[in-house]
Write a protein that binds this ligand. Structure first.
Ligand code: ANZ
Ligand code: ZN
Length: 819
């Protein structure tokens, strides 16, 4: 591949990269020393799927994160910035099936390739700490954690309607369904009833809504988690079925609008609701059954859509509304979801749009019970969903609806018809996957003793290498592997069977940050002391697409570990930063557009530093940016200039010079770069370093700096650039006679007296005559200068009513009004 308009590199980029990478490795520059006298800084970047080549998106996530970790190291922290591979899961397996190779071989080959590509980046990863989740010494601890949860009632198995992806042939977690399609293959999902393992994340719903333990997380990620957890306050209210002579004497529904209870004219059960068939009259049964069969085929998208015509079937029976003894017909309809509240709703067509559409379609009465504060001009067919004054609600009439909410809830509680409750949208985490490439769930089923945990001493339950890994429908491919399947019951030693499902791969990433603190530890998932040396993670970086799944699961795991007394803090990631996405030449990268950037080619031709620097320069990291060859050529040119400039012979400079300008510029640059690096603003940090090089070029040309200042500037610029471009700066550090290594130096400090804004005197003229002199800081704009001038007591009376025809502004010097 050719780099358009490629600028030739004047320095031996490739051999320099190799030379320094070798020396750093030999001398153990990046070997992590567990606790030492320095304060710790754990900076973690989300570990990648070993999906093949390391693409530019990986580089974009990792190179800036590496620069930030390096910056912290130069600030004097003991830094842990590890790397590993999220090696289990569907993408690896699907690709393996497509290519007919074993998932393990495919995965490990990719890991080996990606590791060497990662090494070419020159990052500070300590490869002795690598974590690979598909290896038994890692997934053993997935199984161990599962067993701890099982023993503490946090893991349970139940038959449940689950989301099913017909293409991946596996169930999915709710979090893996985006707008009704599988997030992996984009096939619309359907539902099935299967016995599955769940983790009780709902037990932590309330605590997961408390973000106060976090130091800094993006507000939008917090909002997404809040919405996902979806807390609603309302009332669980029952409707009377006692006249029907069933075992169940009531149906429970959840409503956030108990103030509308007198407006209920029907009731709707989700098709999956267990009472549907019991409440169906024999003559309605064929229709109901057909409807249930149909709705199973519907995807969540279709069911949730608000503008779709409502469907449903009358069950033939009625429930009674306790508050007014009104008989209301019971329907089943798929706009009610089984996964929320109680899976049943009270239909209030007067005040809920979906209920309204349903009532219109099935010709059900519509009773308004809240009168809007201003009723004039209100349209007939629009449901009123706001607050107002109660009507048609017997003794609650004339109350404000907000007050009626309270009063009615009390009234219902007093009569034992229901109680105030809080409902969460979040469901327990379904972790069973009917796939081969995952952690076997360590459970044994014995006909006599029931489901039994695998004894801890028998862990890990190894994934059999010789299993057929083609997906097999509702059963995991492991079910066909007799050797794996058949096992002795740990209690009675009788014949028993293993669980054949594997775990959701999000289990692996829920605690991998702990494993990095003692990756070779054999006695437990982590060594407690080492873990306490490093955890919690001080800075986490990665893509915003992980707002709900991974980041919520990881928070949940930490709270579980805390409750098991394994850790003593509440949150795993104190600070979170999301980088944006990188596009190429104005478009999303795709093979069909032919604009996929292969980092290897660029690294090969220009060296790692040019690629790293360009990635950090092409836009604010959090917004992402557009990769263009013109852009990277600009960086090549700058590095060439640096290379030449920093090979300058200092002897050509005078011993003394009037050099305040250069010195000030240096200190301002240090301040700016320091602050920018601190807050991930790499692009503006690099821009300041570029300006500083301009200043040095000027100073060199005019011989306007002393030998010592020149030397100081060279050193400090190199130090500031070192986290961003580690190879060239190490080389130039050596060229300039400094001792190895630049990367163990401190980040330069600025002198505040050098960075203070200089004061200036602005001369104010009227028609060319000096009328006032105003003290101000330098660099003020015309607008600010006008404001200052026009508020001057000397100028005001002179301008008075006159019209200003023209203003002449010489920044930092003069403002002249022509009147
Ligand atoms: C009666 C009512 C009247 C409602 C009204 C709303 C407006 P949020 O706020 O998101 O928590 N609901 C309850 N369970 C449901 C389910 N399984 N599937 C679909 N809808 C369900 O939503 C709570 C409201 O969503 C509840 O309050 C219920 O409708 C509906 F003027 O009850 B409401
Ligand atoms: Zn048994």
């Amino acid at each position: 591949m050719n780099i358009k308009g490629r600028v030739a590199i004047k320095f031996p980029a490739k051999s320099m990269d190799q030379k320094w990478q070798r020396i750093w490795e030999e001398r153990g520059l990046n070997q992590i020393k567990d606790p030492n006298s320095k304060p710790k800084w754990y900076e973690l970047t989300m570990y990648p799927y070993p999906s093949g080549d390391l693409h530019i998106g990986h580089w974009y996530a990792m190179a800036p994160a590496d620069a930030h970790a390096r910056f912290r190291r130069m600030q004097g922290y003991n830094v842990l910035h590890p790397m590993g591979f999220d090696a289990f899961g569907l993408p690896a397996e699907n690709a393996a099936i497509r290519k007919g190779v074993h998932p393990k071989n495919w995965t490990m080959d990719n890991i080996n390739r990606m590791r060497s590509q990662l090494k070419s980046m020159g990052a500070i990863y300590d490869w002795d700490r690598e974590v690979i989740c598909c290896l038994p010494d890692y997934y053993k601890w997935n199984q161990w954690m599962f067993l701890q949860m099982f023993k503490n009632g946090l893991a349970y198995r139940t038959k449940a309607p689950v989301v099913w992806c017909p293409s991946c042939q596996t169930v999915l977690a709710n979090e893996q369904v985006l707008n009704g399609v599988c997030e992996r293959c984009e096939t619309p999902v359907t539902h099935r009833d299967l016995a599955q393992w769940f983790l009780k994340i709902t037990q932590y719903a309330e605590e997961l809504l408390d973000f106060s333990g976090l130091v800094h997380w993006p507000a939008r990620i917090i909002t997404m988690q809040q919405n996902w957890i979806g807390k609603s306050q309302g009332v669980d209210i029952s409707f009377d079925l006692s006249h029907l002579d069933l075992a169940e004497s009531e149906i429970k529904t959840f409503t956030t609008r108990i103030d509308t209870i007198f407006g209920v004219t029907f009731m709707v059960l989700a098709p999956e609701h267990p009472l549907v068939l019991k409440l169906t009259k024999p003559e309605q049964r064929p229709m109901v059954e057909e409807y249930l069969a149909q709705s199973r085929m519907q995807t969540e998208i279709e069911r949730m859509s608000t503008n779709r015509e409502k469907t449903g079937v009358f069950l033939g029976t009625y429930a009674e509304n306790h508050v007014n003894r009104r008989k209301i017909p019971i329907y089943t309809a798929d706009y009610v979801l089984t996964t929320y509240g109680t899976g049943a709703v009270m239909g209030v067509p007067g005040h809920d749009q979906r209920d309204h559409d349903f009532a219109v379609k099935f010709e059900l009465p519509i009773i308004p019970v809240i009168s809007p504060p201003y009723s004039e001009g209100r349209e007939e067919n629009i449901t009123y969903t706001g607050e107002g004054i109660m009507i048609n609600s017997e003794r609650f009439n004339d109350l404000k609806s907000q007050d009626a909410k309270e009063a009615i809830a009390l009234f219902i509680e007093e009569n034992g018809w229901g109680e105030r409750t809080i409902s969460y949208r979040i469901r327990d985490w379904l972790i069973s996957r009917q796939r081969y490439w995952g952690t076997p769930i360590p459970i044994i089923y014995c006909d006599t003793c029931g489901p039994q945990p695998v004894p801890e001493m028998d862990l890990p339950v190894l994934l059999p290498p010789d299993a057929d890994f083609q997906p097999g429908g509702e059963q995991s491919p492991l079910a066909t592997n007799k050797e794996f399947l058949q096992v002795a019951c740990p209690i009675c030693n009788g014949k028993a069977k293993r669980e054949t499902d594997t775990m959701d791969t999000f289990i692996d990433s829920s605690w991998y940050m702990y494993r990095f603190t003692s990756p070779h530890y054999k006695e437990g998932p982590f060594h407690t002391e080492r873990m306490n040396d490093w955890m919690p993670v001080d800075q986490y970086t990665g893509g915003a697409e992980h707002a709900v799944m991974h980041l919520l699961y990881a928070r949940f795991f930490t709270k579980v570990l805390r409750d098991l007394s394994l850790v003593s803090f509440d949150e795993p990631f104190l600070r979170l930063f999301n980088q944006g996405t990188i596009i190429a030449s104005g478009a999303k990268m795709s093979k069909s557009k032919g604009n996929v950037i292969a980092p290897d080619t660029y690294v090969d031709q220009l060296g790692a530093d040019v690629v790293r620097t360009y990635l950090m320069f092409l836009g604010p990291w959090e917004q992402g940016g557009d990769w263009t060859d013109t852009g990277i050529n600009g960086v090549s040119r700058w590095m060439n200039r640096l290379w030449t400039l920093f090979h300058t012979d200092v002897k050509q400079f005078p011993l003394n010079a009037n050099e305040t300008k250069t010195r000030r510029k240096l200190h301002k640059t240090i301040e700016k770069v320091h602050k920018d690096m601190d807050s991930f603003k790499f692009n503006t940090a690099i821009a300041s370093l570029m300006e500083m090089t301009n200043e040095l070029s000027r100073a060199k040309e005019k011989k306007a700096v002393s030998q010592s200042l020149w030397q100081e500037c060279v050193e400090k610029v190199l130090l500031m650039l070192a986290p961003i471009a580690p190879h060239i700066t190490e080389e130039l550090w050596e060229v300039n006679g400094q001792a190895y290594s630049i990367h163990t130096q401190c980040f330069p400090q600025w002198d505040p007296s050098m960075t203070k804004e200089e004061g200036i005197t602005l001369v104010i003229q009227i028609n060319g005559k000096v009328r006032d002199k105003i003290e101000s800081r330098s660099g003020i704009s015309l607008d600010t200068a006008m404001e200052l001038a026009l508020s001057s007591e000397k100028i005001k009376p002179l301008i008075n009513d006159h019209q200003i025809k023209k203003t002449i502004f010489v920044p930092d010097k003069l403002l002249n009004f022509v009147i």
